[in-house]
Design a binder for this molecule. Structure first.
Ligand SMILES: Cc1ccnnc1
Length: 294
């Protein structure tokens, strides 16, 4: 694929840095014709294959293909792509509401019903990409953002598809990238991966959302990875006393060692914690709240 060879600065005024990561930098940009704001993701392309710096051009082409395939209200939209000699710039929808977890931390008390509203949107986005045989493979709180700071309820956007993968029928895919706290056991033990690896990450994210604790985190990455492989986690009564049994059941059905045993995004949306069936269940859920003590 060839991206626009024009100079991105002929069309966009480059603004402040919004974030940076393994890929390069994301900066706010302003479209000169319309005055609208977007996010420019500046990716360094490596000139020689053996260089450690920068990204392989083919991996950038993959990210662009995937973003073009996943147009959904809960997935960050791709508008344009420019390339210069050593850089590719993705022009993305501007997501300016900050990270989900910063939003939770700022609020006083958060009912499980509000946490469920967030989870529903995350799961709708995941259900959409998974039904297209695409896995995100880097789900973590930093990659779950709010579109703005004013919408009620806030609108969730999944960002950073730099590690995402489109599965072709019958293909085996292995990768060891991801963030230790959130990666599934099969990633660590180099087994073939599937969209179920994303569902494990959702289990970890839900556990943290409800308790403020990270289920497998150790003092070092090695310790964390050991805890994930050993399935060593618990619902410490001191942090989970206010959490409903349905919420714990939801998490347990995602933190399963065997990827095939885990709920899919579609099954999560039908789980009683997310989609209560009886008014009694709704009442039980509303009596519980998030533990904001820590
Ligand atoms: C960090 C970021 C990424 C994409 N869009 N807006 C902000």
């Amino acid at each position: 694929a060839v991206f626009k060879p024009e100079n991105v600065e002929d069309f966009y005024e480059i603004g402040e840095v919004l974030g940076s990561g393994h890929f390069g930098q994301v900066r706010q940009v302003r479209e000169r014709t319309s005055g609208n704001f977007w996010a420019g993701k500046f990716l360094k392309i490596r000139k020689v294959a053996c260089s450690r710096l920068g990204l392989d051009r083919s991996s950038v082409e993959r990210e662009v293909e995937i973003l073009q395939a996943v147009q959904h209200p809960n997935i960050v939209a791709l508008k344009d792509v420019f390339e210069s000699r050593a850089e590719v710039v993705l022009i993305l929808e501007l997501v300016s509401g900050g990270e989900l977890f910063d939003f939770i931390a700022e609020k006083e008390n958060l009912l499980e019903t509000e946490a469920i509203e967030f989870m529903k949107q995350i799961l709708e986005g995941l259900k959409f990409i998974h039904c297209k045989n695409i896995a995100h493979f880097d789900l973590k709180p930093e990659n779950i953002m709010l579109s703005d700071k004013v919408s009620k309820p806030p609108n969730i956007k999944l960002i950073d598809f730099g590690l995402a993968h489109l599965f072709h029928p019958g293909e085996e895919y292995k990768s060891t990238s991801g963030t230790p706290q959130y990666i599934a056991p099969e990633v660590i033990s180099c087994q073939p991966l599937s969209t179920a690896a994303d569902m494990w990450s959702i289990g970890v994210i839900t556990y943290i959302l409800l308790s403020g604790l990270s289920p497998f985190q150790g003092d070092t990455d090695e310790e964390t990875l050991g805890n994930v492989i050993g399935m060593k986690y618990e619902f410490n009564e001191h942090y989970f006393s206010l959490t409903s049994p349905m919420a714990k059941d939801f998490i347990q059905k995602l933190l399963m060692k065997n990827p095939e045993d885990r709920m899919t995004a579609e099954e999560c949306l039908l789980h009683p914690w997310i989609k209560p069936i009886t008014p009694k269940q709704v009442a039980k859920r509303n009596r519980s709240s998030i533990n904001m003590k820590n």
